[in-house]
Ligand binder design. Structure first.
Ligand SMILES: Cc1cc2nc3c(=O)[nH]c(=O)nc-3n(C[C@H](O)[C@H](O)[C@H](O)COP(=O)(O)O)c2cc1C
Length: 194
């Protein structure tokens, strides 16, 4: 009889963070909880856009993120790291972009793939791999967002940005989530109860 433990191969999810500060602390908190609760089944690997790297620094979340997640990589250009290829070869079950900035949302909605995350989204969809997105600008309204210094700033979510979200909702294999808390439901659907 062997004493060796049988290593169960974990399934992988690619989590893309684009450059949006709105609710960014909540996103990191939600993903930390999910990574712990699903740790025996799933490994979450983190892909940070160039803009998100700066946003994370502003909100002092960079070190925290690296402490929680075993793999955190930052975009160099649209094909480096080559997340698009990893998505197409089904290394990951799905791509989660959370938060999706208005920039990333608009690009994916229009089929533009000129950044690591938008390229990965386009290529995933071509290869029948689902993409989940949590856009910061979900519907037209006035919102108050927390600045890195803790103050609130009044912003308007423009109808043009909300229209891009509606476009995403009509795209095959794109799943739009209205808020960070909804991400847990996706993990439950894919990987079962914890
Ligand atoms: C501190 C900070 C906070 C930002 N917050 C937001 C935001 O909440 N929503 C948004 O759409 N863009 C926000 N931006 C602007 C984006 O980072 C910018 O549009 C960038 O080009 C997005 O690139 P990406 O979509 O490739 O990550 C923020 C920028 C900074 C520096």
């Amino acid at each position: 009889m062997s004493n060796e433990k049988t290593e169960v191969k974990k399934r992988k999810v690619a989590w893309g963070i684009s450059g949006a500060g709105d609710k960014i602390q909540e996103f990191v908190q939600v993903m930390e909880n999910i990574s712990k609760d699903f740790a025996d089944k799933v490994e979450i690997q983190v892909f940070v856009s160039k803009a998100a790297e700066i946003v994370l620094k502003y909100y002092q979340l960079e070190e925290n993120l690296k402490r929680i997640f075993p793999k955190v990589v930052v975009e160099i250009n649209s094909n480096t790291p080559f997340l698009a290829a990893s998505m197409q070869t089904h290394k990951y079950e799905f791509l989660l972009i959370a938060p999706a900035s208005s920039n990333t949302t608009a690009k994916v909605a229009l089929g533009i793939g000129d950044t690591m995350l938008t390229n990965a989204a386009s290529m995933s969809l071509k290869a029948f791999v689902p993409v989940y997105m949590v856009p910061t600008d979900f519907e037209e309204k006035t919102v108050y967002t927390k600045l890195p210094n803790g103050k609130d700033m009044k912003l308007r979510i423009r109808k043009e940005d909300a229209e891009n979200v509606r476009r995403l909702e009509r795209m095959e294999d794109v799943h739009v989530l209205s808020e960070p808390q909804k991400i847990r439901e996706v993990f439950k659907e894919w990987f079962g109860q914890t």
